[in-house]
Design a protein around this ligand. Structure first.
Ligand code: NAP
Length: 284
């Protein structure tokens, strides 16, 4: 496993396993156990995923010492305030059955993010979270949050994959010492991503799958990647990316697939904010 060092000195694994859209508790527990057995040490969940208890059970069952694991969860919009975040944090910790978190993120740049951030800063200073960060924030939102609070986020977890490469955002984050972490490394399989001709040609050259090429490409860009699979064989396959290196030429070829647009939702679009707010009953 390769690690990155965050802006507060904490070491974070470069390759992680995500559990979005695995609502079945037994299946989630089994697949997280499989992931930890395979070698994953970073597990990414969220209160909104409804499976923190299953992740907690898998951690206990794995037998791997707590300090070897890097556990992330996130506070969602209904708790995006100072008090709400304090409550959500306590609830997440209880569900995960943990004494501390490695990384706690504001899930969306929506709601009272300043109040929520101050709660994270306090929890961090009390030693209950080893690193704090954000998700789906654009550079202007990161600048605003950082400049008007005490602590600069350690991580921004954002949509990054071959169709939405975000090189400029990566350069900005790096210049501020913030680690980029990608979600949706496979664009959730959209646009026949696993059969993309450029990726297929590169994968054949290295004797790897297109999924492995996409994850290796993230690693070589210095991005912490998250992928999800509920299939044990693919869980193992997605971790087997440390024994080959993409050439500069192949890295450059992959840049030609970039469309630089989201395949999910733009967090600068009012319609996205309205949609997210609608999940917690807010509307104009
Ligand atoms: P993803 O990893 O881009 O794609 C998952 C899809 O790819 C599933 O359909 C999976 O199917 C398939 N797949 C996985 N490995 C494969 C392989 N080797 N070959 C072929 N198909 C494969 O999607 P994601 O779950 O949305 O993103 C990953 C993680 O990022 C999430 O679990 C979550 O932790 C995080 N995330 C965060 C946010 C945020 O707002 N912060 C948003 C979305 C996701 P099978 O399960 O059948 O293998």
């Amino acid at each position: 496993m390769q690690y990155t060092t965050l802006n507060n000195g904490v070491k974070m694994p470069m390759v992680g396993f995500g559990v979005f859209q695995i609502p079945d508790q037994d299946q989630c527990q089994k697949v997280v156990e499989e992931a930890i057995k395979t070698g994953y040490r970073l597990i990414d969940t969220a209160e909104a995923y409804g499976n923190e208890e299953a992740v907690g059970k898998a951690i206990k069952a794995s037998g791997v010492p707590r300090e070897e694991l890097f556990i992330t969860t996130k506070v969602f919009i209904q708790h995006m305030s100072y008090e709400g975040t304090k409550e959500a944090f306590a609830e997440s910790l209880k569900k995960l059955d943990l004494a501390y978190l490695d990384l706690y993120l504001l899930h969306q740049p929506v709601g009272d993010t300043f109040g929520a951030w101050r709660a994270l800063e306090e929890l961090y200073k009390e030693g209950k979270i080893r690193a704090i960060g954000v998700s789906n924030f654009k550079p202007d939102q990161i600048a605003n949050l950082s400049l008007f609070n005490d602590i600069t986020p350690a991580v921004n977890q954002v949509e990054v994959h071959v169709f939405n490469q975000k090189e400029e955002e990566k350069i900005y984050l790096t210049s501020k010492g913030i680690q980029m972490e990608s979600w949706g490394a496979f664009a959730e399989g959209q646009f026949d991503i696993f059969n993309n001709p450029i990726l297929t040609e590169i994968a054949a050259k290295y004797g790897k799958s297109t999924a492995q090429v996409m994850l290796r490409w993230q690693l070589q860009r210095g991005i912490v990647s998250l992928s999800k699979s509920a299939n044990p064989e693919r869980v193992r396959q997605n971790f087997d990316i440390f024994d080959f290196e993409l050439s500069d030429e192949d890295m450059a070829k992959i840049t030609t697939i970039n469309t630089n647009t989201t395949v999910f939702a733009d967090h600068h679009d009012a319609a996205t904010v309205e949609l997210l707010a609608g999940f917690v009953g807010k509307s104009f």
